[in-house]
Each structure stands twice: as C-alpha cells, then as structure tokens.
Design a protein around this ligand. Structure first.
Ligand SMILES: *Cc1c(COP(=O)(O)O)cnc(C)c1O
Length: 354
C-alpha cells in the first residue's frame, strides 16, 4: 500500500457517529455529520448517513460536489456562507446554506429561480465568538426579507462558537438562541424547523443537565471523527479516538550527531528550535512534511521523537528502534494534522480496520 497514507477505520467512525446520534436523539437533538475535515470523502459520508445523521454538512462547495458525484442523495448543508461567485453551484448541490448577508440570500433566490429549485436558508447568529453571524438585534429584519423571497425556504437559525475566539457554548448564549427562535415564531407566525446550536464544542454543554431549550440540531465533525471534545481535547466517554492514522515511510536511517554544525541563519520555516546535545543519535527521515501534516498535531509511537520538519521531510530521533529504509511509522493525528493529511494530494486515503 502506498505511503504517505491516511488510514481510515470506517467501523470506528460508524460507532462514534451512531453513539452520538443515539445520545443526542434522547434529548431531541439531531446530528448533522460534518465532512469538511475529510474533504467530503464519500466513504466517510456514507458511513455517517448509515449511522443515522439527519444530514451532511460541509464548508466547501467542492466537497459537496464530490459527494453528489458519488451518488449521495441525502440532504447536504453548506455551512460556510456561499460566495457570490459560487452561487449557482451552491443552489445546484446544496439543499440548505448558512447565511448572514441579505445580498447573498437574494442572489441564492435568483439562482434558485433560474434552475427551478427551492433553496433552504439557516440564518447564523453572532453570539460572541466573532466569526460569522448576524447581530441578534438584526435577525428579525433579515428573517423578514428572507421570508419574502421566491424559491427560498426559511429553515431556521443557528450559531457557531469556539472557533475564532474560544467562546464556550453555555446556558446563557444557548438560551439567547432559543429566545430568538421563540420571538421569530411569534413575530412571523411560523414554526422554525432548525435551531442549530453549534459544533463539537457544544458537547460539554449538551451532555450536562442543560435544558436544550429550542436547540434541536448540532453539527458534529471532530466529536465523530476523533472522539474528542474540542474545548479541552479530552476523549468523549465511550468513543474511539483512533479512527485515523497517518503512516509515513523511512527514506534515511543513520547515526548522526544531535547537534548541527556550521554558521547559523534561518531554516526553511524560520528559526530552528534549540536542540540539546545528546551526542550521537539514531536519526530517521520520513517522506512526509509540512505539505502533508501539521507536525505539532502528530502523536508519535513510543520511543520515537519528532525532532523537526521541512516541506517534505519529518525528522525523528528513532532511539533504539530498528527502523530502516522502507519501514513504515504510524502516528495519530489531531484535528489540524488530520485536515492537512486529508487535504494533501500526496497522502493516499485508505480504508482499513485499525
Ligand atoms: C467546522 C464547522 C462545524 C464542525 O466543527 P467540529 O468542531 O469539527 O464539530 C460545525 N459548524 C460550522 C459552521 C463549522 O464551520
């Protein structure tokens, strides 16, 4: 099998998704399975659907198109506001998009009229993390305009926290969202279908004894894929944290001094880290680099230590391991290393049982 490689265990992903769908189902909360970290990989998308997610979500239209080309017919939500330059593609491939700008919603309405479809809109509300969102006082006005547009269905409201500023979902911001849902219902005589409370960072709030209020949906990526709560990066009880592995191949294995020599300037990625003189060490080069992974996001096997990285090489202190050329070394990726590995065209994606 080729290297470098991202090994993906679909059974573990199914288990994680099914478990979370069950735990949230009891609370009346549906799960949207987020596929962006794996670039909409159809194998993963199908497993999430099998496990009972109500819809798929992805931030990139390209990934949604990949899933459509693979024959996935389930509802798919574009969770980053559509670009004006991609409006037609959004209407053709996504059933619903998350929006904050009335001009974009008008453009979606025009595009949907042209192709004769109806596009769903979820209005994102700013609740303090300062990424996307309409300020709460302005939601009514934008909802009113949205409700008037042809070929547009106003589906509900949502919010996203803990992504830019690390603002945690809590009883206060979640009840603000519920109160907004109540007031929109009252003002417009509708019943909002979707109140999407957030991403994997909502797990702590939702598993406590919190009142879900009107929140009836969460969008889960990391919690399913890596089994972790992104607020603390601690494992979520009962879930697998090792559904993905990054595998790289040894291309050099030598005894070398631990200290570089010569006159020092910058290295390819800025200043090299200080290194401690340990005398001669067993240094191993792997054929994987910054283009393929985030080295800070890799957990190494025991006894092996990452010393450095360049665009195309990962440098290890292999200790007294027997590693030699052609051998494979396996790492566990965190979210950022996973995203990088999934995105690199040099990393083979392979379905395995880990
Ligand atoms: C990425 C993203 C998610 C999923 O985030 P996770 O932390 O991986 O669960 C949900 N909603 C939006 C809007 C996103 O951008």
């Amino acid at each position: 099998m080729g290297t470098p490689r991202l090994d993906i265990d679909l059974r573990k992903l199914h288990y994680n998704a099914h478990t979370l769908v069950g735990r949230f189902g009891i609370k009346g909360v549906s799960v949207t399975g987020m596929t962006k970290a794996v670039l909409g990989l159809p194998d993963v998308a199908k497993v999430l659907l099998d496990a009972g997610v109500c819809a798929l979500g992805d931030s990139r239209i390209e990934n949604i198109e990949t899933m459509r080309k693979a024959g996935i017919k389930a509802p798919i939500i574009l969770t980053r506001a559509p670009m004006i330059s991609q409006i037609e593609r959004a209407v053709v491939s996504a059933d619903i998009s998350f929006n904050t700008e009335i001009d974009v919603i008008c453009a979606l309405s025009d595009a949907a009229q042209k192709v004769g479809s109806v596009h769903g809109i979820v209005l994102m509300v700013e609740l303090g993390d300062l990424r996307e969102g309409i300020m709460p006082d302005d939601v009514e006005c934008i909802a009113r305009k949205t409700l008037e547009l042809p070929n547009i269905e106003f589906k509900g409201i949502g919010t996203n926290l803990a992504c830019r500023s690390g603002v945690s979902p809590d009883a206060k911001n979640m009840s603000t969202l519920s109160a907004l849902a109540d007031s929109i219902d009252a003002i417009f005589g509708v019943e909002i279908e979707i109140v999407s409370g957030g991403n994997s960072a909502n797990i702590g709030w939702a598993f406590g004894d919190a009142d879900m209020g009107r929140v009836n949906n969460l969008r889960l990526g990391e919690a399913i894929l890596l089994g972790r709560d992104p607020l603390t990066r601690t494992p979520i009880e009962g879930l697998y944290t090792d559904s993905f592995q990054v595998v790289a191949e040894v291309i050099e294995s030598k005894v070398k001094p631990s200290q570089p020599w010569g006159k020092f300037a910058q290295s390819a990625f800025g200043s090299p880290p200080e290194n401690i003189n340990q005398g001669d060490i067993h240094q191993v080069l792997l054929a994987i680099g910054e283009q393929d992974i985030d080295q800070d996001g890799l957990t190494s096997p025991p006894k092996v230590k990452i010393l450095g990285v360049s665009s195309d090489h990962l440098i290890l202190n292999a200790g007294n391991s027997e590693l030699s050329v052609g051998d494979e070394v396996t790492f566990q990726p965190n979210y950022s290393a996973l995203v990088r590995a999934a995105t690199s065209p040099f990393v083979v994606k392979s379905i395995v049982h880990i």
